[in-house]
Design a protein around this ligand. Structure first.
Ligand SMILES: Cc1ncc(COP(=O)(O)O)c(C=O)c1O
Length: 500
C-alpha cells in the first residue's frame, strides 16, 4: 500500500504549529495529486503513532482540511480526500471561460476576455449558453472510454476514416431515424463540433467574394467563419416567425449567394423559430436559385412548450439542406463532436475539406461516444438535460414576467437556451453592462450578434440560462430588472433638468 507517512516529514526549525504543518503537507499531497479523490487517509490513531505527534494535533489538522474542502468524513469509516478542492476559487479560471461560446470583440467584453474585468465566482452568468461542468456525465462516459480501450486497444488511436468511424455513423443514423430526420450512415460526416462543420462547408463551397445570406442577428461564430473565408455577408432582419420571404427572394436575386445560413429552431441569439410553412418555402427558393442551406441545429431538442418544429432536412425534397448538429449544449462542449447530413452532390468536396482540416475527428472520442449511445447512456442523459433546462426556462420566463420593467420586453421562445430582451431605443446597454458587472451579473450585449451596422437600429441583450443554477435565476433577473429601472430613472431625471 502507498506509504503516506514517508511523504510527511516535519522540519525541526519550522516555527509553524505542528497541526498547521500537517495540514500543509497533506494539502500539498492532494494538490499535487499524489493523493487522489476518495483516498482514505490513515486513522487519527495511526497518524499520531506513525508521525509521533499528539492525537489532538491530527484531529485539528483534519478538521482544517475538511473546512477548506480538501477532505470529508464518513461517520464510522474515517476521513477521505475530497474532490471539492478542484472547484475552489483558486482552481476556477472563470474569467477565461465565461464567454467563450461567442466571439466577443468589442468594448467592455474584450476586457472580460483579457481578464481586465474580473468576474467572481458569485457572478450570475447569463452570458454563456454552455452547460456547467457539474452537468457533464463524466462517470458514464468514463465507463464507455474504458470499454473502448479494453476492446480496441491501439486501434482507438490510429487515423480514422475522414468521413467518420462507420459504427458511430450507424448509431447516429439510428437515433435520427427514430426522430423525423431520416438518413443513412453514408450521408453523415462526423465533425469536431458544429463550428468546424460551418467552416468545412464554407471551405468546400465558397470562394473569395461569394455571398452568404444570414439572419440578422445571428451566431457570432458563423459570422467569423464566413468573414475568414473572404465571403461577403448579406444579412436579413429576422422576424419572430423566420425571415421575410419576399426580402429573402429579393436578396437572392440581387446577390446570387452560394449559401443561406439559418438556425431555424430557437435561434441564437433571439430564440425565434421559423414556422414550418416558411421552412418549406425557403427550401423551394434554394432549389429555384440553385443554392444550399446550412441548417444549424444546436438546440432543437429543447422544445419545452411542444412547438414541434419540423427540421428543414426532413422537408428537403431537393437535397439542398446541409444539416449540422452540435452536441455542445446538451453534452460536453470540450469533446468537440458533432455531425452533418450532407447532400450527395457535395459530399466528396466536403470529405476532402474535412481531410484538409484535421484528417479526422478523434478516433477515441468517436468510438467512446458510439458505445455511449449503444449502451443507452445517451437517451438517459438527453432526458436529464431536458429536465434541467426546462426547469431553468420556466424559472427565467416566470421571473421576467414578474420583474422586467414595462419599458423592456421579450418574446417567449418556447424552447432553447436564450431569451432576447428588447430595451427602449437610446437606453445605454454599455452602462447597463458595467453596472451589472459590478452587481455580479453578466449578459451578452445584442450588438455583438450583428455582422453589419444594422445593430444601430436595435437595443437588445441576450440572456442565456444554460450556466445559471435554477436557485439563482430569480434573484439574478430581479437585480438586472432593478438595474434597468434605476438607469432609466437616472436618464429621465437628466432629460427633465431645466434648460438654463
Ligand atoms: C448556433 C450555434 N451553432 C454552433 C455552435 C458551435 O457549436 P460546437 O461547440 O458544436 O462547435 C454554437 C455554439 O455556441 C452555436 O450557438
Amino acid at each position: 500500500m502507498f506509504d503516506i507517512f514517508k511523504l510527511i516529514i516535519f522540519e525541526k526549525e519550522n516555527p509553524l504549529p505542528l497541526y498547521v504543518q500537517l495540514f500543509n503537507k497533506v494539502k500539498e499531497l492532494i494538490e499535487s495529486e499524489a493523493l487522489l479523490p476518495d483516498f482514505k487517509l490513515p486513522s487519527i490513531r495511526q497518524m499520531s503513532k506513525e508521525l509521533n505527534i499528539n492525537r489532538v494535533t491530527v484531529v485539528t489538522a483534519f478538521k482544517e482540511l475538511e473546512k477548506q474542502g480538501y477532505a470529508y468524513t464518513k461517520p464510522g469509516s474515517g476521513t477521505f480526500v475530497s474532490n471539492a478542492y478542484l472547484v475552489s476559487p483558486k482552481n476556477i479560471h472563470i474569467q477565461n471561460n465565461v464567454v467563450l461560446d461567442e466571439v466577443y470583440n468589442q468594448d467592455d467584453i474584450s476586457l472580460i476576455n483579457n481578464g481586465q474585468i474580473s468576474i467572481s465566482q458569485s457572478t450570475i452568468n447569463f452570458a454563456s449558453a454552455t452547460p456547467t461542468p457539474d452537468l457533464f456525465p463524466v462517470d458514464d462516459f468514463k465507463v464507455a472510454l474504458n470499454q473502448v480501450l479494453e476492446r480496441d486497444k491501439g486501434n482507438a488511436f490510429g487515423y480514422q476514416d475522414s468521413q467518420g468511424f462507420y459504427p458511430i455513423r450507424e448509431s447516429i443514423a439510428g437515433i435520427l431515424n427514430k426522430s423525423n430526420v431520416s438518413c443513412i450512415p453514408d450521408e453523415l460526416q462526423i465533425i469536431s463540433g458544429a463550428q468546424q462543420g460551418i467552416d468545412i462547408i464554407s471551405k468546400a463551397l465558397l470562394k473569395q467574394g461569394d455571398y452568404v445570406i444570414t439572419e440578422s442577428p445571428t451566431y457570432t461564430g458563423a459570422i467569423a467563419v464566413f468573414k475568414s473565408r473572404g465571403a461577403q455577408i448579406s444579412d436579413i432582419e429576422l422576424c419572430e416567425d423566420g425571415l421575410n420571404l419576399n426580402i429573402l427572394e429579393y436578396t437572392i436575386k440581387k446577390y446570387n449567394p452560394k449559401l443561406i445560413y439559418t438556425i431555424p429552431s430557437f435561434q441564437n441569439p433571439t430564440g425565434y423559430s421559423c414556422t414550418n410553412a416558411k421552412r418549406e418555402e425557403v427550401i423551394k427558393l434554394a432549389e429555384k436559385y440553385n443554392l444550399y442551406i446550412i441548417e444549424d441545429d444546436y438546440v432543437s431538442d429543447l422544445d419545452f412548450e411542444g412547438k414541434n418544429y419540423i427540421p428543414m432536412k426532413s422537408l428537403d425534397k431537393y437535397n439542398r439542406v446541409i444539416f449540422i448538429k452540435s452536441y455542445s449544449k446538451i453534452f460536453m462542449p470540450g469533446l468537440r463532436l458533432g455531425f452533418m447530413i450532407v447532400p450527395s452532390s457535395i459530399l466528396s468536396n466536403v470529405i476532402k475539406a474535412k481531410h484538409a482540416t484535421d484528417i479526422s475527428t478523434s478516433g477515441l472520442i468517436q468510438r467512446a461516444f458510439d458505445l455511449y449511445i449503444r449502451e443507452g447512456f445517451w437517451d438517459k442523459h438527453a432526458r436529464f438535460m431536458f429536465n434541467i433546462y426546462k426547469d431553468r426556462y420556466l424559472k427565467i420566463t416566470n421571473a421576467l414576467d414578474n420583474y422586467l420593467p414595462s419599458s423592456a420586453s421579450y418574446i417567449k421562445p418556447g424552447g432553447g437556451l436564450n431569451i432576447w430582451i428588447s430595451l427602449p431605443f437610446g437606453f445605454s446597454i454599455n452602462k447597463l453592462f458595467n453596472l451589472s458587472v459590478s452587481n455580479d451579473i453578466v449578459f451578452a450585449p445584442g450588438k455583438i450578434f450583428y455582422s453589419s451596422n444594422s445593430s444601430q437600429k436595435h437595443n437588445n441583450i441576450r440572456l442565456s440560462f444554460a450556466s445559471v443554477y435554477a436557485d439563482k435565476i430569480e434573484s439574478g433577473i430581479e437585480k438586472l430588472s432593478n438595474t434597468i429601472t434605476s438607469l432609466q430613472k437616472i436618464s429621465e431625471s437628466y432629460r427633465n433638468l431645466p434648460v438654463l
